[in-house]
Design a protein around this ligand. Sequence first.
Ligand SMILES: C[S@@+](CC[C@H](N)C(=O)[O-])C[C@H]1O[C@@H](n2cnc3c(N)ncnc32)[C@H](O)[C@@H]1O
Length: 261
Amino acid sequence: MIKKMRLQRLAHWLYIRARWLYITRIGRWLEGLNLTGETVEANKYWNDWYSGTNLTDNETIETGVDNLYTRVHYAGIEEALAQILRERKVNLPESHVVDIGTGAGHWIQFFDDLGASRITGLDIAKEPIKQLSEQHAHNSRIQFKQCDVAVNEIPDADIIVGVGVMFHIVDEKRFQQAVENIIKSLEPDGVALLTGSVGWFSYVAIRDDDGSAMKRRRSKRHWRRVINKAGGKLHKVRRVKSPKSVVTPASNVLVIQPGRD
Ligand SMILES: C[S@@+](CC[C@H](N)C(=O)[O-])C[C@H]1O[C@@H](n2cnc3c(N)ncnc32)[C@H](O)[C@@H]1O
């Protein structure tokens, strides 16, 4: 009887293991295929996105969303970032924060309120840089620069924050380059806090009206591979749960450090 139970348990374990291997194999195989097809032309896409719109958090997320939706989205990420920074005992008054894909500048205000010593906002689009530069002209600690993080170098930073940006870098070569640029510009004890949806598989989550890919979700395995290749390590992923009543854009926070795993 005991022998039979042991055999059953072994068979069950082998079954689970085989399923797991099967799933990860399929995942790897899918990641290897370039199923992305055409991708949006980032520069044009984002400049068009902001042309003629009011620069607000609502518009940055999605046209037509309401204030409460936006508040829920940002509150979840703010809480996660505050927890991570506190756990790491980050000394903000001595930190240069670089906000990549700054949009309407939500994270500029967040880090200014927290007393960061210097803040630089980068965005591929012209309009946010123009409007935010005017808005913060009185504050010499805050600067802005138009920059494609998948192409241009990023200023040296203690903290790099990128909320809702990396999944919009759809092309894999550009994505790898962006991660390399980020890790290269981190101070040795610096940290990058990038949000994304970290699932089991990588796939194109959203396409533009003409069918070109504009958002790509990536698996944790995929992220880790790209980060390691860029000379960094994925320290951890902090899950930000979206409440059932308000499904906000996926925003798990990837905590990335320079150096090998
Ligand atoms: C969804 S918005 C997020 C804005 C902001 N981080 C926030 O959380 O409110 C994405 C922003 O990333 C910018 N962006 C997209 N690709 C970029 C790139 N390759 N380099 C720099 N900025 C980029 C877009 O122009 C846009 O402002």
